[in-house]
Write a protein that binds this ligand. Structure first.
Ligand code: IMP
Length: 441
């Protein structure tokens, strides 16, 4: 039996969707525990490309039960669109999708507040996805949020909506000089959503515990990445949820004692969308090259991603904060044509070299990367399925990263397809799911 958490170790977009997709045939349940439709998990199956936003990517596997946990914020309109598009492509949702009664709703005033707040922040803007995720978590913490269960109770929903609309309209009008909302408009729209979603809404914490009691294996699918965590990320340039492994317990109601391991997903380089410090950021031709080869454009917003070298300071921090047992490294093939490859091993700060990630906004902002340079391998690794098929210099790069992180790699991804994946020798993944070996042969 193994219940494991999969988390991003950088600023999101590490390729978690593919890694979860590779592991899913070996588990019974996949659960999302935080974030909302700010996430975009891209999965390529044959010629088909899916971008999942709120629904766990396990839904693409027949028979896998997928749960949207209480820590997720749900935009019902966007969720229904996602559900409809999956149904049109032949995916069965009934009996496979379960949504927590306690998940908070993203309401129409949340994206409006998100955009208005960003506009006011000027050069300190966060560069959010504009989906209203931050303001929805604000309401949750302020104890005025509206939850999935409220949506199914019309009188209660109306009461909470009236309170919120009155409050948000004042904010929008008086602070932000922005458009306001009417209760009736939102009520009519959301009651239609309620009809659609009701069959899927349930006490998912209870369901998950019962499933675990009966021996089901659960995969907790993190969204975004460690450095965007509300507590442990590069605050305030973060998302508003607990993206790190600890969030898997609070965001689902499954206690930490029933979780057996944590797998981190890292890209072979680094990217970040939105504002905020990024010590190993590249510029010029090399950044253009990586962005083009890695198709580094936001899955949700289409924004070009900022690109940088692999940052081992960030990597080690992710190992510590999440308690990573192992790391899956993605997009190795994107580096195939680089003559030299840099790895950030420390930060120079006022005459010192820092090797522990500094939890201080100004230090991270001023830190200069200290790089180690490795020779590129100048050959294609695309689609490689065995470590032995990799050029010696690519293997050297992997060994060096493992050494710097202090945990072993379990998978190396060499392309977007499911089978473009190397299962590492003595992969820790085999301890949890021995059958992974036969499925990746
Ligand atoms: P928000 O989550 O929309 O509030 O955005 C806050 C920060 O998190 C911004 O820098 C976004 O670009 C970033 N962000 C949110 N979701 C993702 C994601 O799925 N991948 C990468 N960055 C994200």
């Amino acid at each position: 039996m193994a219940n494991i958490v999969v988390v991003g170790t950088q600023w999101g977009d590490e390729g978690k969707g593919k890694v979860v997709d590779v592991i899913t045939p070996h588990v019974d349940v996949v659960v999302r525990y935080q974030g909302g439709n700010n996430a975009g998990h891209t999965v390529v199956v044959g010629r088909e490309k899916y971008v999942l936003q709120s629904i766990p990517s396990g839904i693409l596997h027949r028979g896998c039960r997928c749960v949207v946990g209480c820590g997720v914020v749900v935009d019902p309109g966007s969720l229904i669109e996602e559900m409809e598009s999956l149904v049109q492509r032949g995916v069965t949702l009934d009996g496979n999708l379960f949504i927590s009664k306690n998940a908070h709703l993203i309401m129409p005033y949340h994206p409006a507040l998100d955009r208005a707040s960003e506009a006011k922040l000027g050069k300190r803007r966060i560069g959010t996805t504009g989906k209203g995720v931050g303001p929805a978590y604000v309401d949750k913490a302020a104890r005025v949020g509206i939850r999935m269960a409220d949506l199914l109770n019309e009188p209660l929903f109306r009461e909470k909506l009236e309170l919120n609309v009155a409050q948000k309209n004042r904010l929008l009008r008086e602070i932000y000089d922005a458009q306001t909302f009417t209760v009736e408009e939102i009520l009519n729209q959301y009651l239609r959503y309620a009809g659609w979603l009701a069959p899927y809404v349930t006490d998912t914490a209870l369901l998950l515990t019962r499933w675990i009691d009966s021996g089901y294996k659960v995969l907790f699918e993190g969204a975004q990445g460690t450095m965007l965590d509300v507590d442990h990320g590069t605050y305030p340039y973060i998302t508003s949820s607990s993206t790190t492994a600890g969030g898997a317990a609070t965001g689902t109601g499954v206690p930490p004692t029933r979780i057996h391991g944590v797998l981190g997903v890292s890209k072979a380089y680094t990217t970040r969308v939105g504002g905020g410090p990024f010590p190993s950021e590249m510029s010029g031709a090399i950044a253009e090259h990586i962005r083009a080869r890695g198709n580094e454009y936001g899955a949700v917003t289409g924004r070009p991603r900022r690109c940088g070298w692999f940052d081992a300071v960030v990597g080690r921090y992710a190992v510590r904060i999440n308690g990573l047992d192992t790391v899956a490294l993605t997009k190795l093939d994107v580096l195939d044509q680089c003559e030299t490859i840099k790895v950030c091993t420390g930060y120079r700060y006022r005459g010192e070299i820092l090797t522990d990630f500094p939890e201080d906004e100004t230090v991270v902002g001023e830190a200069e990367p200290a790089y180690e340079e490795l020779e590129g391998w100048g050959a294609s690794t695309r689609g490689a399925k065995n470590e032995a098929d990799l050029p010696a210099k690519a293997r050297r790069y992997l060994e060096r990263l493992e050494e710097l992180l202090g945990v072993p790699f379990c998978l190396i991804s060499t392309g977007a397809q499911r089978d473009e994946t190397i299962l590492c020798e003595d992969s820790p993944l085999l301890r949890w799911f021995p059958s992974v070996r036969s499925s990746l042969l």
